[in-house]
Design a protein around this ligand. Structure first.
Ligand code: PLP
Length: 394
């Protein structure tokens, strides 16, 4: 029996990198002042916050600095969810004559549930559908973006199947109709290269805990010149754009995580991708009747969504747990019963496959030995469960 878990659930959250933890420590025990204080003990922390802001800006490829030399396109928030809300809320507040939001059926609940709430408040929301590989219907998207659209919000990469969406193209379409463009890049940041200086994206959300930073800290990129109305009002922090005493340790942690992510971007797209591909090949070669979901031409390097037909994802996870392998299923518990996720349902994956879907999401901390252990033991898990399934016939 292994004593260390094999963690293949990095799209849910990641381990804090040891370097990040070390960088954060002094800001709890020693440098705990309030950065807004006049005295040096607090005020000096401003430079640590600005160093972190510069590191996040570098990861995103944003070089703009304001008169004070600050990378002011980056605003710190508490998480990806807050960044998404702040972006969409601001777009609606600053373009009050426009009453429509265009988004997709496969967004994270951070955007989808906000949109449902906006619908209840009288806004018109258009949800663009996807095909069986989770690719957006670009024709419908173009039709839906009109002169009433305040903001188009499309995720850069999908958390469940890993699809990477053509956000630059969509930003141009939005701008042609005078709408703003926001992207939820929570799963994309640190996994694929970004160059915001060359981009048309107006606002971009990210979250530290998806890139080996701490939980409870995120950021919103707001392109210079874009009008912004604060989501949280109160104090004057973050140049009056986001009230609340700064989470200095979290901000420093996010900065360090961003610096590391940039250093490891190449490894993510070579070694981690190779591990993901090895896992998929091993599963394909050793287990019959499986389906790899998503856009195989345009996917995050670390993500693999695999449907094992005729069995339940939760049962697979339970047996994998005994092997100390952590992953996610493609189901969500709604009204007491396990339903395939909205992403798999939007893709029209048949029920018999959608129910048995597992998402493996890797990171730079995974090894070939872990992948091989999974390939060795998973076939037995699947055959055991299938032997008990009334629907399975070999
Ligand atoms: N957006 C996407 C695509 C995500 O995967 C997540 C987290 O799973 C979020 C938003 C929410 O981020 P946070 O947990 O930082 O609020």
């Amino acid at each position: 029996m292994r004593d260390k878990v094999i963690y293949f659930d990095n799209n849910a959250t990641t381990a804090v990198a040891p370097e990040v933890f070390e960088a954060m420590k002094p800001f709890y025990l020693e440098n705990y002042g309030n950065p807004s204080s006049i005295y040096t003990f607090g005020g000096l922390l401003k430079k640590d916050i600005e160093q972190a802001r510069a590191r996040v800006a570098k990861l995103l490829g944003s070089t703009f600095t304001d008169r004070e030399g600050h990378y002011s396109e980056i605003m710190f928030t508490s998480c990806g969810t807050e960044s998404d809300s702040a972006a969409i809320y601001s777009a609606l507040q600053t373009c009050p004559k426009r009453r429509k939001v265009v988004t997709t059926k496969v967004e994270h609940p951070a955007v989808l549930n906000l949109c449902k709430e906006l619908e209840r408040k009288g806004y018109k929301i258009s949800y663009v559908p996807v095909d069986s590989r989770g690719r957006l219907d670009m024709e419908i998207l173009k039709e839906q973006i009109d002169n009433d659209t305040a903001v188009v919000s499309v995720m850069w990469a999908n958390n469940e199947v890993g699809n990477i969406y053509p956000v630059e193209e969509i930003a141009k379409i939005a701008h042609a109709k005078g709408a703003l463009f926001h992207t939820d890049a929570v799963q994309a940041v640190g996994k694929i290269p970004m160059n915001m200086d060359e981009s048309e994206i107006d606002m971009l959300s990210l979250s530290a805990h998806k890139l080996h930073g701490p939980k409870g800290i995120g950021a919103l990129y707001i392109r210079k010149g874009i009008r912004f109305k604060p989501f949280l009002t109160g104090g004057h922090q973050e140049k009056g754009r986001r009230a609340g005493t700064e989470n200095v340790a979290g901000i420093v942690g996010l900065g360090k995580a961003a610096e590391l992510a940039l250093e490891k971007l190449e490894e993510e797209n070579t070694r981690v991708k190779a591990l993901r591909d090895r896992l998929e090949e091993g599963i394909k070669n050793n287990i019959p009747q499986i389906r790899i979901n998503g856009d195989l031409e345009s996917r995050l390097p670390n993500t693999s969504s695999i449907s094992f037909e005729y069995i339940e994802g939760e049962s697979i996870l339970m047996l994998m747990d005994r092997l100390k392998i952590c992953a996610s299923s493609g189901s969500a518990c709604t009204t007491g019963s396990l339903e395939p996720s909205h992403v798999l349902r939007s893709m029209g994956i048949p029920y018999t496959a959608a129910h048995g879907t597992i998402r493996f999401s890797l990171s730079v901390y995974n090894t070939e030995e872990e992948v091989d252990y999974c390939i060795e033991h998973l076939p037995k898990v699947i055959s055991t469960l299938r032997s008990m399934s009334p629907f399975w016939a070999e």
